[in-house]
Ligand binder design. Structure first.
Ligand SMILES: C[S@@+](CC[C@H](N)C(=O)[O-])C[C@H]1O[C@@H](n2cnc3c(N)ncnc32)[C@H](O)[C@@H]1O
Length: 221
């Protein structure tokens, strides 16, 4: 059985890192090579209907989802991040913000689309399967998935060596935190998802970014 991140020191530290980083969260991802490809791919995917946004952070993607969606439920563990996300959407926008640990949270309804921005690479390998069970539990029949992510890790972050998925990042005041960052190769990620029963195409961009779109295997897109 999966336990929440409160019992896992590394995942608690990862949560603390993002809460501390929230005021300085870098919003440059979409400016990286390949950033425009991600936004174009998401718009082409058209995340319509009811959307579940996992690990919404400061609302990097929430306003863009709202261009297509009837309603967004945006979940994140950090109250600081959620406050920023709320400030980025217009008053009265059809968004429900939920503060929750995604390793303990269970969806209270099903959604047409599950969206994740730069989250999958922070899910420990040992929780990959159970995390995708959560995604499956959150999806309506023929529901769709879209994610964007990156595989960038600076050499100085690799304090446990390049083979480890645990890296070290610092907030601007110099405080060090350990977090999970898995540098997925798109083809390998696509294969692993296929093994779990997903039909998700993972597309690399010109830079370190990639995006994935699909459904459970056997369901029409
Ligand atoms: C890399 S940021 C991604 C934010 C945003 N989706 C984006 O694309 O910019 C990761 C987010 O995961 C959140 N997070 C970390 N651990 C979490 C957990 N156990 N449950 C829910 N959210 C978590 C952090 O608060 C942070 O907002």
């Amino acid at each position: 059985m999966d336990t929440g991140s409160a019992q896992d020191p590394l995942l608690s530290e990862q949560r603390a890192y993002y809460s501390a980083l929230a005021p300085d969260y870098p919003d440059h991802l979409l400016g990286l090579p390949g950033g425009t490809e991600l936004t174009e791919a998401l718009d082409a995917f058209r995340p319509a209907g009811s959307i579940l946004e996992l690990a919404c952070g400061p609302g990097t993607w929430t306003p863009r989802l709202l261009r297509h969606a009837d309603h967004v439920t945006a979940v994140d563990a950090s109250p600081e991040m959620l406050a920023l996300a709320a400030s980025r959407v217009p008053d009265g926008a059809p968004v429900r913000f939920v503060e929750a640990d995604l390793f303990a949270w269970e969806p209270d309804r099903r959604y047409d689309v599950v969206f994740m921005g730069c989250w999958l690479s922070h899910v420990p390998a040992g929780r990959f399967r159970s995390f995708w069970s959560l995604v499956a539990a959150a999806l309506a029949p023929r529901g769709r998935v879209f994610f964007v992510d990156d595989r960038h890790r600076n050499p100085e972050e690799l304090v446990e060596g390049p083979a480890s998925s645990t890296i070290q990042r610092r907030t601007p005041d110099g405080t060090a935190y350990r977090i999970v960052k898995i540098p997925y190769e798109p083809a390998e990620l696509e294969r692993r998802l296929r093994e779990l029963g997903w039909d998700i195409t993972v597309t690399p961009t010109a830079g370190p970014l990639f995006w994935g779109a699909g459904t459970r295997a056997g369901e029409c897109r």
